[in-house]
Design a protein around this ligand. Sequence first.
Ligand code: SAH
Length: 465
Amino acid sequence: MLLTVSTTHRPATDLGFLLEKNPARSQSFDLAYGMGHVFYPEVSEDRCTACLLLEIDPVGLVRGKGRGQDTAPHTQYVNDRPYVASSFLSVALAQVFSSALKGKSRQRPDLAKTPIPLEANLAALPASGGEEMIRRLFEPLGYEVEVTGQALDERFPDWGTSPYFDVQLRGKCTLSQLLSHLYVLIPVLDDAKHYFVSGDELKKLLDKGGDWLPEHPERALITRRYLKHRRDLTREALAQLEGAPETALEESDSSKRQAESKLEQPLGLNDLRIKAVVGALKEAGASSVIDLGCGDGKVLRALMEDHSFQKITGMDVSYGSLEYAKKRLRLDELPPRQRQRIDLIQGSLTYRDSRFSGHEAACLVEVIEHLDSERLAALEQVVFEFASPPRVLVTTPNIEYNTHFHSLKNRELRHADHRFEWTRAEFRAWAERVAEKFGYQVSLAPIGPDDGVTGPPTQMGVFKK
Ligand code: SAH
């Protein structure tokens, strides 16, 4: 498979500095799935072209890390991977042109940040959705796109066209932008399920797409396909990408949030919950607290009002909520000493993060029920094993209480984004298992009125090491 990148920026030979590959010699790289070769078929002051040729070893593919999930024995060996521009090309790009992809160049740092005329040619790009999809993905990024289809077999025109296309992109952008567009969109077009998607892919997508994906009209499709249709990861990625407060937050998040609070409002449940959490934190004597999944900062506000909490950190996956929290807490207007008491950080409860460590207590207030059950194990490890604060508070709705909410239809949950709601027994079983596994002791406490039958509306687990 073949990718060429050309520029007519003068002197065009600067492309060599941008790619950090000398135009005067060809170089080969050992990749996990075969070899990559970089050479320049065209070098002049006016126009320079670099070529990345990928030789995939189909046998190594089966033995090595790139093993697909296909189980039929022949599909492991007989497939299109060695011949087309697929995710392996992205992997090669990231390895062979890593500094260019990051927008770095030792010898031409300014040029690396400057939009220049660039052209990329991809041979045999498999495109699910065909020419139209290729255009939908690249044109909004400002490229002039030329697509050449190929007959499935030239001897038999009746067989129609093949799903492979030669694609030429022409535009003015930085080299790092071009490479990051290719890095993300090649596997998106391919849409194959040839490699296992881990949480890592989400990080890579946010890393390479963070600058342009939020604005892309097809961001949902791109995210879904890139993450191989894993709904949980897609939702998480979109929450991070669409965090812009004015759109995502004002329209969807806040109206959803209101639906929940309206239901619980007559009980004053929010205040009761905050009182219970702050009370338990004070009782623990914690002076530094991290609020994991802080949302728009209701708990943070209560913590700020109490001076026994000297260091407060709010963490959420959604930029939008954090922006909103920042406004709501008027962080920009606080005097410096107060401002220093609080930090807001963006992160995810399902990835190990050193910033979650070193706090005397952590709280997760109405958060766990927002995660797909299969991601809970990751959260447990991140919070209880890696961050491992001496005290952890977890609150979550008690589903048995829902019969009191007459507007909820049969088995409907309290919030559109809740993935589950637990009975008291389910919460107890979870809490006791987690405590046992990670070396904590847990006690459970009710929050809100308890009628003796359904139990209270919300339940809290207090974990102590
Ligand atoms: N604790 C707040 C908000 C509860 S809503 C309060 O009591 O008001 C749940 C919050 O969890 C949302 O803000 C959501 O963005 C956040 N969240 C969901 N999944 C997350 C994850 N994987 N990592 C971090 N935060 C997450």
